[in-house]
Design a protein. Sequence first.
Lengths: 112, 111
Amino acid sequence: IAGITQAPTSQILAAGRRMTLRCTQDMRHNAMYWYRQDLGLGLRLIHYSNTAGTTGKGEVPDGYSVSRANTDDFPLTLASAVPSQTSVYFCASSAGPGLDYTFGSGTRLTVV
Amino acid sequence: DQQVKQNSPSLSVQEGRISILNCDYTNSMFDYFLWYKKYPAEGPTFLISISSIKDKNEDGRFTVFLNKSAKHLSLHIVPSQPGDSAVYFCAASSGTYKYIFGTGTRLKVLA
C-alpha cells in the first residue's frame, strides 16, 4: 500500500539522548515535512524539504535537524532531547506546491 | 502569532444534523486551503480542498466555503454521522509547499 512509514511508533527517551525518527515514502513525492502535534497548539511545522538535497526551517525548528539524501527518506534527529520535545511527530509528503499532504501514522515521543 | 485559527476547540452535534466547523486566517496571501480529519492514534487524512479562485467546493457530504474578504472558511458536514467524530484541522498555504495548520476542532456526533 502506497504511503508513508514512520518508525518507531512510540519511544520513551531519556533527556540528553540523541534520537532519530525515521520517515519513508513510496509515492515519489517531491516534498516532505515534519510536524509536531501538541494539545491546544495543533500541528506545527518543524522542517521541510521541497526536493531531495534541500531542506528548510519551519515554525519550530530549534533542537531538530533533518536531511534529505534521496526522494524517499526524510529522517528527523533530536541531537539532545529535552522534555519539551515530548510530542506526537508526523511526517508528511506532497507531490507539489498547493497540493494536499499524505501523513504517516505518527511517532509518540516521551522525553523524561 | 497564529496565522490560522480555529476558535472552537470542540463541537457536539446530533446525528443527522449539520456540523459547521470554522477557520479564520490572517495572511491575505493564502490561496490554497485544506481540511483534514484525524482519529486518535492515526495520522491526519485529507478531506477536501479549495483554492482562492472558488468560493465553494463540494464532495459528497462535505462542503467547504471560502469567504476571501472575511478571511474565513468553513466545513459543512451534512448529514453528520457518528463516524465523523474526530479532530478536524484546517490548513492554509500561499501556493508554496508549506501549509500552516490551525489548532483543530474536536467534533463529536451524538447518536
